[in-house]
Design a protein around this ligand. Structure first.
Ligand code: GDP
Length: 480
């Protein structure tokens, strides 16, 4: 059930009665407020002499899954790698060290840019793409939105520390996503490094490396000295070969947003990892509920490029707003179509937000929490970069007060300034707004004052968690 008779009539600029009549001729009895399914709607549209085209999430997704590329159009593409592992085991150091193994970068110059992913070219000419946000938070978030961009997980385990809780969690996430794991036993430069112990511990978590008779590749490395990095890259390429990673570069681009932000000078910027096809300057794209004509593409060395092919990360400039990490990006034929799709998606988003209806004020919510009547503290989170917003949302959802019955419910989290729509949303659920390195625009400030919605500003994540925990315990009252 996708559309009401009224809405269908509106979209065609036909009278509702005529649509009902057409439906009756088809043997479907429906009133003006009833919903009909997409196939029926399409028949009605054709019947009334219009050309149907579906505008919905499903539509775009159908485009992705529906039109398979012909085998002869497929070309090998670089693997996309995510680095996971326990905190302090060297994920960030390893990503930095691997980045410096790029031979193309050294020749071409350019300044290293952190855009959410980067690509290295090896002396052999082979390429590997690394997702630049380590840890499984980003990986899981993206997957929760249905985006699987990772082909291979590199699991970093420090040889002096061994398998730790987040190592186990990472194994679980990779297995759940059915993504093959390569183990990087890191810090092998340290005298107290015990690589053998790591292999044994992994065995206990059903990760059997080759030495132990299994199939999981493992490499001893040091992010500090650079030892073993070449062998790690070889292992990744070997794994990629087994996976037979291919994509058709000769088609309109489709990809996934891996990071997005609002840049002071450049406006909304989204880093897209191309899944198939080639993205070019001038293309009209839809990314989540935003669209735009590609004004410029910028690679991981900060250089403007004309196009980007499969598994290549590039920043896309020219979007009308900031998309979300995990959003699909697709090239569409016309600006009209792009507007139509994004308007539809934005309307859906607004409808979902409006559905959050309970009225009241944050103060009442607090009395309820203190009286033990309310079990949730609703919050809206706005921040300057997607990564922090996700980290805050994740941490808050896990946070609980002393009487751990009260929990945080994230109503909405996103990138950008706090707007009226955020205030409306928070107000509807008696919630609180958290701004991380962003401010409210004047209208939103005005509205928040009028409606008694509390906005709190932060620049340190820890402080947010701390404050919210206190709120949940009822120790910190609103400062309205
Ligand atoms: P992450 O939390 O997993 O991203 O870990 P980091 O990359 O921040 O590294 C944590 C600490 O381990 C830092 O102090 C690094 O300098 C150190 N470190 C990382 N890799 C190595 C390594 O190969 N050898 C040694 N000796 N120290 C390392």
């Amino acid at each position: 059930e996708v559309i009401t008779v009224q809405e269908l009539a509106n979209r065609m600029a036909e009278r509702g009665a005529d649509v009902i009549k057409t439906l009756m001729k088809m043997g479907v009895m429906a009133t003006i407020t009833q919903t009909i399914d997409a196939d029926t709607a399409e028949l009605v549209v054709t019947e009334l002499g219009h050309r149907p085209h579906r505008v919905s999430e499903a539509d775009v997704e159908l485009g992705v899954i529906g039109d398979q590329d012909r085998t002869e159009d497929l070309r090998p593409r670089p693997p996309v790698v995510t680095v996971m592992g326990h905190v302090d085991h060297g994920k960030t150091s390893l990503l930095d060290a691997l980045r410096h193994t790029d031979v193309a970068g050294r020749e071409a110059g350019g300044i290293t840019q952190h855009i959410g992913a980067y690509q290295v070219q090896l002396p052999s000419g082979s390429k590997i793409t690394f997702i630049d946000t380590p840890g499984h938070a980003a990986f899981t978030e993206m997957r929760a939105r249905g985006a699987t961009v990772t082909d291979v997980v590199v699991l970093v385990v420090a040889a002096d520390d061994g398998v730790m809780p987040q190592t186990v969690e990472a194994i679980r996430h990779a297995k759940a996503a059915k993504v093959p794991i390569i183990v990087a036993i890191n810090k092998c430069d340290l005298p107290q490094a015990k690589a053998e112990r790591v292999r044994n511990e992994l065995l206990q978590h059903d990760l059997v490396v080759e030495d132990m008779g299994g199939e999981v590749l493992d490499v001893e490395v040091s992010a500090k000295t650079g030892k073993g990095l070449d062998r790690l890259e070889e292992a990744i390429l070997l794994q990629a070969e087994i996976l037979e990673l291919k994509a058709n570069p000769e088609r309109p681009a489709e990809g996934t947003i891996v990071e997005a932000k609002l840049d002071k000078g450049r406006g909304p910027v989204g880093t897209v990892l191309i899944r198939r096809g080639t993205l070019r300057v001038g293309d009209i794209v839809v990314a989540g509920s935003e669209w735009g004509r590609v004004r410029a593409l910028v690679n991981d060395r900060g250089q403007a490029v004309d196009e980007a092919g499969p598994a290549t990360p590039v920043e896309v400039l020219g979007l009308t707003g900031v998309p979300l990490a995990g959003d699909d990006l697709a090239v569409v034929g016309t600006e009209a179509r792009a507007r139509e799709i994004t308007e539809y998606r934005q309307r859906k988003k607004r409808e979902a937000q409006a559905a959050q209806q309970a009225r009241g004020s944050l103060e009442q919510m607090f009395s309820k929490i203190q009286a033990g009547e309310a079990k949730e503290l609703p919050v809206v989170i706005k921040g300057d970069v997607q990564g922090s917003v996700e980290a805050i949302a994740g941490a808050l959802e896990k946070a609980a007060g002393d009487n751990s019955e009260v929990k945080v419910r994230v109503l909405f989290s996103g990138v950008g300034a706090i707007t009226e729509s955020d205030v409306t949303l928070a107000n509807a659920s008696d919630g609180l707004i958290i701004g991380f390195n962003v401010r409210a625009n004047p209208q939103a400030r005005e509205m928040a004052k009028r409606d008694g919605v509390e906005i709190r500003y932060y620049s340190i994540i820890y402080n947010i968690i701390d404050d919210v925990k206190q709120m949940l315990t009822g120790m910190l009252a609103p400062t309205l």
